[in-house]
Design a protein around this ligand. Structure first.
Ligand SMILES: Nc1ncnc2c1ncn2[C@@H]1O[C@H](COP(=O)(O)OP(=O)(O)OP(=O)(O)O)[C@@H](O)[C@H]1O
Length: 444
C-alpha cells in the first residue's frame, strides 16, 4: 500500500479469539409514558404530581461473538433494537447490563489512553449520508476531523491521508476541497467511509449504510466496502433490514426480534436452512399458506408487541404460527393445531359472529377437542356464538370477544413452554461447519 495508509501495521488483531464479545448485553431506556397520560396527581405527596416512567427494553441479554475479519449481518424489523445494539457496542450508549469485550478487554474497564485508542479502533457509519456530513465543511476537513480529534499526524500528513482515502473509496482526490452537497448519495456514503477509515479502525458498525441509496448504487457501495474490508483488515457489524443486502455482504447473520437474537448462523445455513419461525417468516416474501399447518402460515401476522412489556418466554410467540401445544392437556391428532388456529382467529377477530355449530364445523371439523381442552373451547364458543348471544349490544359483544380471547390465551397460549421458558438451542448446521443457534423450543 502506498505512503503507509495503514497507520499502525500492528493494530490488526492477530489473535484467534473473537475481536468482539458481547455477554448478556442489555440496554433499557427510561422514558416518560406520554406528556399528560403518565402524569398522576397525588395530593398526599410533595410535589403532588408524579410522572409514570416506562422502561423500553430495546436490547435484552444479547450474547454473541464477532470474529476478526468477518462481517456479521444483523437483521430484523424496524424497532427491534439493531441500532441500539450497535450504539451500545461502541459505548455511544451505556449498557444497562452485560459486558462488551474488544480484543479481550472489557470496555467498561478502560480509561485514559487505552479508552481513546479503543474508541478510534471502533468506528460507525450511518444510514443517512446527507445529514451525517456537515454541509459547511469541505470534504477534506470532514475526512480529517476524526484524525484531528485523535491527534493523528500533522496537517500535511492528514491531507495526504485524506486524499489517499478518497482514492481508496473510489472518489477523485481532487474532491478534497469541495463541499458535500455537490455529491450524490452514494458518493456521500463513500466520503463517510473515508472518514471512518481515517483513524485506521479495526471494527466498523455499519448502520443501514446503503438503505437510503438507489438499488443500482447499493451494490457498488457494498462492493467497495468489501474491497476495503480486505485491504484494511476490517471487521464489520452490518445492520440492515433488507435481506438481499444482508445476503450480499455477510459471512454470518444474526436475526433480531424485539431486543433478542433469535437465530444466528453462517449466511448459507441461515438462508438455506432457517430454523426459527421468525426467520422463516422474514425470508418468505410471498404469503403462501402452508396446507400442512392448519391455519398456520409463515407470514408475519399481527403487530410487534411493545418493547415496554415484551411477551414472556419466546418474544415471538404472540405472532408465531407454530406455538407449541401446552403439556397440561391430552391432545390428539389435529386438536392442538385447530385450537391454536381458533385462538388466533378469536384474538384477531378475523370472522363475523356465527352460530356455535358453524364455528365448530369451520374450526374443528365438527369435533371439539376431548376433555378439559374441549370444555374450554366450548366455553369460548358460548361467549361469541351468534345464536347464544342474540340479544346483546355492540359493547357487550366486544366484551364477550375479549373475554373469549383472555380465556383461550390464559388456558392455552400462556401454558405453552413458548410462554414459560426463554429458548436457546444449538443445532447441527447442514451447510458449513459453523455454529447454528436458534432460540425456538421446537428444537428442544
Ligand atoms: N433514546 C431512546 N429513548 C427511548 N426509546 C428508544 C431510544 N432509542 C431507541 N428507542 C426504542 O428502542 C427500540 C429499538 O430501537 P432501535 O432504533 O434500536 O431499533 P432498530 O431495529 O434499529 O430500528 P430501525 O431500523 O427503525 O432504526 C424502539 O422501540 C425504539 O423506539
Amino acid at each position: 500500500m502506498s505512503s503507509g495508509i495503514r497507520l499502525d501495521e500492528d493494530s490488526g488483531y492477530e489473535s484467534d479469539d473473537a475481536l468482539l464479545e458481547l455477554d448478556g448485553v442489555t440496554k433499557y431506556f427510561n422514558q416518560d409514558s406520554g406528556l399528560l397520560a403518565g402524569m398522576e396527581f397525588e395530593p398526599s405527596q410533595f410535589p403532588p404530581i408524579s410522572v409514570d416512567r416506562e422502561t423500553v427494553k430495546a436490547v435484552d441479554d444479547v450474547t454473541l461473538e464477532i470474529q476478526p475479519g468477518e462481517t456479521l449481518g444483523l437483521v430484523g424489523e424496524s424497532g427491534c433494537g439493531k441500532s441500539t445494539l450497535g450504539r451500545t457496542i461502541l459505548r455511544l450508549l451505556e449498557p444497562t447490563e452485560g459486558d462488551i469485550y474488544f480484543k479481550g478487554e472489557n470496555l467498561a474497564d478502560l480509561s485514559g489512553e487505552r479508552l481513546r485508542q479503543t474508541r478510534s479502533d471502533m468506528q460507525m457509519i450511518f444510514q443517512d449520508p446527507q445529514s451525517s456530513l456537515d454541509p459547511r465543511m469541505k470534504v477534506g476537513q470532514i475526512i480529517e476531523e476524526p484524525m484531528r480529534a485523535h491527534d493523528m499526524l500533522d496537517d500535511e500528513g492528514r491531507e495526504a491521508r485524506a486524499k489517499e482515502l478518497l482514492e481508496k473509496v473510489g472518489l477523485d482526490p481532487r474532491h478534497y476541497n469541495r463541499h458535500p452537497h455537490a455529491f450524490s448519495g452514494g458518493q456521500r456514503q463513500r466520503i463517510n467511509l473515508a472518514r471512518a477509515l481515517s483513524v485506521d479502525p479495526d471494527f466498523v458498525v455499519c448502520d443501514e449504510p446503503v438503505s437510503a441509496l438507489d438499488v443500482s448504487i447499493q451494490a457498488q457501495v457494498l462492493n467497495t466496502m468489501e474491497k476495503l474490508q480486505e485491504e484494511f483488515g476490517l471487521t464489520y457489524l452490518f445492520i440492515a433490514h433488507d435481506l438481499s443486502v444482508i445476503r450480499h455482504i455477510s459471512d454470518r447473520v444474526a436475526v433480531m426480534y424485539l431486543g433478542n437474537i433469535v437465530e444466528l448462523a453462517e449466511k448459507e445455513e441461515l438462508f438455506e436452512n432457517p430454523q426459527h419461525p421468525y426467520t422463516r417468516a422474514l425470508l418468505e416474501s410471498i404469503p403462501v399458506p402452508d396446507p400442512r399447518e392448519n391455519g398456520a402460515r409463515g407470514v408475519l401476522e399481527g403487530e410487534v408487541p411493545s418493547p415496554v412489556d415484551p411477551p414472556s418466554g419466546c418474544r415471538f410467540r404472540t405472532r408465531c404460527p407454530r406455538v407449541i401445544a401446552p403439556d397440561a392437556y391430552d391432545w390428539r391428532g389435529e386438536e392442538w393445531a385447530q385450537t391454536r388456529a381458533f385462538m388466533r382467529a378469536v384474538k384477531r377477530r378475523t370472522f363475523e359472529p356465527m352460530p356455535a355449530s358453524r364455528i365448530e364445523t369451520e374450526f374443528f371439523d365438527g369435533d371439539l377437542p376431548r376433555g378439559e381442552a374441549g370444555s374450554t373451547v366450548d366455553e369460548a364458543i358460548e361467549l361469541i356464538a351468534s345464536d347464544r348471544n342474540a340479544d346483546i349490544d355492540a359493547d357487550d359483544e366486544t366484551e364477550h370477544w375479549s373475554a373469549a380471547t383472555d380465556l383461550l390465551l390464559e388456558s392455552f397460549a400462556e401454558q405453552s413452554i413458548c410462554a414459560r421458558e426463554r429458548p436457546a438451542y444449538e443445532l447441527e448446521a447442514e451447510y458449513g461447519d459453523g455454529e447454528h443457534l436458534a432460540a425456538c423450543h421446537l428444537h428442544r
